[in-house]
Design a protein around this ligand. Structure first.
Ligand SMILES: [Zn+2]
Length: 97
């Protein structure tokens, strides 16, 4: 659902909630029931959930600027003190040069 802005010539601006892409060009004013024209406004991104926006931003950043890895990820240490690397078993089936 999205919030769309309308302006009544008598009562001023008001909002209507409708499914995205289904907002009519004219809405009914809640005070006088007269038809009101739709007003184009900037998206209200500041009212979005900050955690959701942070996730979207980090996902975009990873796609455009992958992080440079300088060390192996933490894993199990074997008896000799070296880190056991988890290997994907599906990669073993790939042809070798
Ligand atoms: Zn009105």
């Amino acid at each position: 659902m999205a919030t769309y802005a309308y302006r009544c010539t008598t009562d001023g601006p008001f909002d209507l909630v409708a499914a995205m892409g289904t907002a009519p060009q004219t809405g009914t004013c809640p005070r006088c029931a007269a038809p009101a024209r739709r007003v184009w406004t900037a998206p209200r991104l500041s009212t979005a959930d900050p955690r959701r926006m942070a996730l979207i931003d980090s996902t975009k950043a990873t796609a455009e600027r992958p992080e440079v890895v300088t060390a192996l990820p933490p894993g199990r240490v074997d008896r000799r003190g070296s880190v056991a690397i988890q290997r994907n078993p599906a990669l073993a089936k790939l042809p070798r040069p």
